[in-house]
Design a protein around this ligand. Structure first.
Ligand SMILES: [Zn+2]
Length: 522
């Protein structure tokens, strides 16, 4: 006859919290049964499960029923896989284990923490074990959280630079916040618009110099704004140059993204700055107000890549420059003009040609190409129009809610953790006053909780921002589509419109031209 009639106790915390497989009820039960199999003096007489109850609260139905069994003498042993299943709160857990259970003669075993009240003589030793079990779990939790918090804080980085880029000023209220400098911002908008209309960087620089617009450096000096002493092209009396224009066209600051930590010093003695790999830069979307629409910025980035394919030279580029691709060899296509009996003919041809290995170089007459592409664009715009009509009938809040539901659940979970940490903190003082923990323990536990709370708040902050970014990007997309649908009114096609819509045009023959649009409509 076995001496101990045991209750196996399993618990899963509040529903909605993500549980790992190792925390599942089945796993807990398996662990307890395997343990009991090796104990000749113990048999399991009941299984008690609390599913969806926090370890901070002891008013759990199965827990209470189990204690009733203990008072009735049905059981004289309680087994849990680990102490945190029984209770996660220090004071109450201690009270049960040191006072209540012994009063009924109940043996208590927490398997993975190595706690067995039969093997402990002094009450102080038990207390030590409880303390270390709860602390261990807490430390596991906190080291993971702290690691995450560090990167969170970096990602949350506020503006720390001394000289904001042209177009922005440091806010008077908060020097870590960038605000728009309207005058310079308008110049920046002009630069992007000129680029999208087909002007090269050199042409844009010349245009600004002709208009007597001060260069970024001269402008900052004239305004008494801080400027970088070792900037890229910033000589005194500097005028606009192509490289300044290109730097502006590539700068994500203008779409509201804060990019920091691009460079680092090798060590504190060497002043030289080294550029870090792009994936180590710290980026924060929507950290300040954008000057340039997101989709226009993306279009410009595409154009900058295409620029290598566009023959250099001054002046505006042709309607299709850089967009045409030979379907046989993927090479770009070049425009050529010939005169025949007094008339001029324009056509495009594969720039690789047979001598560079193109099996069947594409060739197309400009008029035929335009007719085909314009027809494609017209039907694309019609589709966009109907998409805009459909999306205007959708409930905006519902769509946003659906888009962000994943993050919202994450935020809720972290909020639970935060509430829990705050609850623990509030209990800590009582724990000290009751003499359960020492002054020393109180000090470090308090500091650890503070770190945990800090990191959780940071994480929540970051996710809230992410939610806002998703909603904002969606609204930008809707706005972009709306702008596209307005093209329906246009009577001619210009370069700006074509690059906003078309990614590339693949030419096989006069009757086989495929227009690849930037935004594919399902
Ligand atoms: Zn070719």
């Amino acid at each position: 006859m076995k001496m101990y009639r045991a209750a196996a106790y399993m618990r899963l915390s509040v529903a909605g919290r993500s549980e790992t497989e190792s925390e599942s009820i089945a796993n807990q039960e398996y662990c307890i049964r395997r343990f009991v199999d090796e104990q000749p003096d113990i048999e399991i007489v009941s299984c008690r499960i609390d599913d969806g109850y926090s370890g901070l609260i002891f008013q759990r139905p199965s827990f209470c029923a189990m204690l009733q069994d203990a008072t009735d003498g049905q059981i004289n042993c309680i087994i849990v896989r680990d102490l945190s299943r029984f209770g996660r709160e220090f004071v109450e857990t201690g009270r049960y284990l040191r006072n209540i259970l012994p009063a009924y003669g109940i043996r208590f075993i927490a398997i993975s923490d190595g706690i067995d009240t039969n093997r402990i003589s002094a009450k102080d030793d038990l207390l030590m074990q409880i303390k270390s079990a709860i602390n261990d779990e807490f430390s596991r939790d906190i080291s993971m959280k702290t690691r995450r918090a560090l990167s969170t804080m970096r990602k949350n980085g506020l503006y720390v630079g001394a000289c904001p880029v042209y177009g922005y000023l440091k806010s008077n209220e908060d020097k870590h916040q960038l605000v728009i400098d309207e005058y310079a911002a308008n110049i920046v908008r002009d630069i992007f618009e000129m680029k999208i209309s087909g002007a090269s960087a050199a042409v844009i620089a010349k245009e600004l110099n002709d208009r007597n617009v001060l260069s970024p450096l001269e402008y900052k000096k004239s305004k008494g704004l801080p400027y970088s002493k070792n900037g890229f092209t910033d000589k005194s009396n500097s005028r606009w140059s192509a490289s300044t224009i290109i730097r502006i066209l590539k700068d994500e600051t203008y779409i509201g993204t804060l990019v920091q930590g691009k460079q680092y010093s090798i060590n504190y003695k060497v002043k030289k700055q080294v550029t870090k790999p792009v994936d180590e830069w710290v980026q924060m979307e929507m950290s300040h107000e954008a000057i340039v629409p997101y989709y226009d910025f993306q279009t410009i980035q595409r154009l900058m890549l295409l620029d290598t394919r566009i023959s250099s030279g001054m002046g505006k580029v042709n309607l299709f420059s850089g967009l045409l691709i030979c379907d046989y060899c993927d090479a770009g296509m070049t425009r050529k003009t010939t005169a025949r009996s007094g008339k001029r003919y324009h056509y495009y041809y594969c720039c690789a040609g047979k001598k560079n290995g193109c099996h069947s170089p594409a060739f197309i007459e400009e008029g035929a190409l335009e007719a085909h592409v314009f027809k494609g664009i017209e039907s694309y715009i019609k589709e966009v129009e109907s998409l805009v009509r459909r999306s205007s009938q959708m409930n905006k809040d519902e769509v946003n809610q659906e888009l962000t539901s994943g993050i919202t659940a994450q935020i809720k979970k972290l909020q639970n953790d935060l509430d829990e940490a705050q609850f623990f903190t509030s209990k800590l003082r009582t724990t000290l006053l009751n003499g359960i923990i020492s002054e020393e323990d109180y000090a470090w536990m308090k500091a650890d909780y503070a770190a945990k709370i800090f990191s959780l708040k940071n994480e929540i902050d970051l996710l809230v921002r992410e939610t806002q970014t998703i909603i904002m990007r969606r609204e930008e997309r809707v706005q972009w589509l709306f702008n596209i649908s307005e093209f329906a009114e246009a009577t001619t096609f210009d370069r700006a419109m074509i690059v906003r819509l078309v990614k590339n045009i693949c030419v096989r023959s006069k009757n086989n031209i495929v227009v690849d649009f930037v935004y594919a409509i399902e």
